[in-house]
Design a protein around this ligand. Structure first.
Ligand code: SF4
Length: 436
């Protein structure tokens, strides 16, 4: 028998916050008779866009093109765009892509059911966020559950659109987060990742000003076998209290993602990052000295406007000297309406950006290998996330508490198990071991 439910598919680009928003949209739409479907079966198609780089925007436009082709072939589809590109471009998208039915911003997710009832094409973009405490989320069955603790950012780095697309920082209350975490654990998830553009700013906008460290310690007290992760940290907002809480926590994973973006003070200033190299180094070294088996990962931009070769070299030096375990990298991509996007006379030519990015990636690869090799010989707990078959061998894949990927053979363990594994070989991106 055919399901009478309407079918929705969402293509999600970009960061974990977008993934979490997609889960929220599924949660809301489930109350209005929609069920998740495969792309080719759905009649309501949404692309949740990311505007962090031009490449990501282009990906969204190409997906829209393929959906338009289906519409032209006579399929009755509703096509919508949400996320950061929708927030930035708004009405312009409806003009640019006349086959679109719906554009809604990052602060309009809760209005989606009523927007669908509006006749004709709709564009709904709120400039200001409305406070949403009780996110209704339908999470895909998985090991890890994303749990947004705050949204927005007050930092205004000159290259970034987030403060414009996501608004100012808004924290959810401790009680709401704890209740949602309890439900996540009850639903069988083994890992909770707390999400926020700047998790260390958590609570500053709330009445009793609960700190991020307090929230972490309350979550750590919850019953059950699960891990807690968090992302992203702003270097100078990480307090000693947070470091101590991670160190002493039973469930909090020893893993910090702290974007540095550049290893040069002048470039950091041009980016409007509120720290210098010495301050970043101090916080990373404190974490590395205090917490055993901790990993510190980072983000870097190659070819920020006006960056010289010497300044770029400073970034390479910092990755090596700080023994950063892994870093995400990207060539600078100008974003409309950002201060850096207007520095057109200082843009670095594409071929230089590309070449710097290659060198940056090479440095990250070397640093990752050096970091992985440090774990050979240790026995550590792995949370199994996947099973793979290689010939007739059953190889499980999982992560250490510090987020390093581990492969090991096992006949007895399954996805979701915590297994002690002796690590005996390192490669560039992962470790291999045997269960003990
Ligand atoms: S801290 Fe900077 S880069 Fe990160 S979201 Fe805020 S403005 Fe963007």
């Amino acid at each position: 028998m055919h399901s009478l439910k309407k079918k929705i598919y969402i293509e999600t680009l970009g960061c974990q916050m977008n993934k979490s928003d997609t889960e929220r949209i599924f949660g809301i739409m489930s109350h209005f008779g929609y069920e998740q479907a495969e792309e080719n079966e759905a009649d309501f198609l949404i692309i949740n866009t990311c505007s962090i780089r031009q490449l990501s925007e282009d990906k969204a436009y190409s997906k829209l093109g393929s959906w338009n082709a289906r519409k032209k072939r006579g399929e009755k589809l509703v096509i919508g765009v949400c996320g950061c590109v929708a927030q930035m471009e708004g009405e312009k998208l409806l003009k640019k892509f006349p086959y679109l039915d719906l554009v809604f911003g990052t602060h309009n997710i809760y209005e989606l059911p009523s927007l669908l009832e509006t006749r004709g094409k709709v564009c709904a973009i709120r400039k200001e966020a409305v406070k949403e405490e009780d996110f209704n989320i339908i999470r895909n069955k998985n090991i890890n559950a994303w749990l947004p603790i705050m949204e927005g950012c007050n930092n205004f780095c000159t290259y970034c659109v987030v403060p414009y697309t996501r608004g100012r920082e808004r924290s959810r209350s401790v009680d709401v987060i704890i209740n949602e975490a309890k439900q996540i654990i009850k639903d069988g998830f083994k890992e909770i990742t707390l999400l926020g553009q700047n998790v260390d700013s958590y609570g500053k906008d709330l009445e009793n000003k609960p700190t991020f460290a307090y929230l972490l310690s309350e979550l750590d007290k919850l019953e059950g076998d699960f891990r807690i992760r968090f992302t992203t940290s702003y270097p100078t907002d990480i307090t000693d209290e947070v470091i101590k809480t991670v160190k002493c926590g039973k469930k909090i994973c020893e893993c910090f993602h702290i974007p540095m973006q550049s290893g040069n003070d002048r470039v950091l200033k041009a980016m409007n990052r509120r720290y210098n190299v010495a301050e970043y180094r101090k916080i990373v070294q404190k974490i590395q000295n205090e917490i055993e088996n901790v990993t510190v990962t980072s983000d870097f931009i190659a070819g920020f406007p006006s960056e010289t070769e010497e300044e770029f070299q400073d970034t390479i030096t910092q990755i090596k000297e700080l023994c950063l375990d892994y870093s995400n990298t990207a060539a600078y991509s100008p974003r409309p309406n950002t201060p850096a996007g207007r520095m057109t006379d200082k843009f670095i030519p594409d071929e230089i950006k590309k070449e710097r990015l290659q060198r940056l990636n090479e440095t990250v690869r070397e640093a990752s290998f050096i970091s992985n090799k440090k774990y050979v010989g240790k026995t550590l707990e792995v949370l199994v996330e996947k099973e793979n078959y290689k010939d007739d061998r059953r190889v499980l894949e999982g992560r250490l508490r510090n987020n390093k990927v581990v492969h090991f053979e096992s006949k007895t363990h399954n996805v979701g198990d915590f297994v002690n594994v002796k690590l005996n070989k390192a490669s560039l991106w992962c470790l291999f071991g045997e269960e003990v």
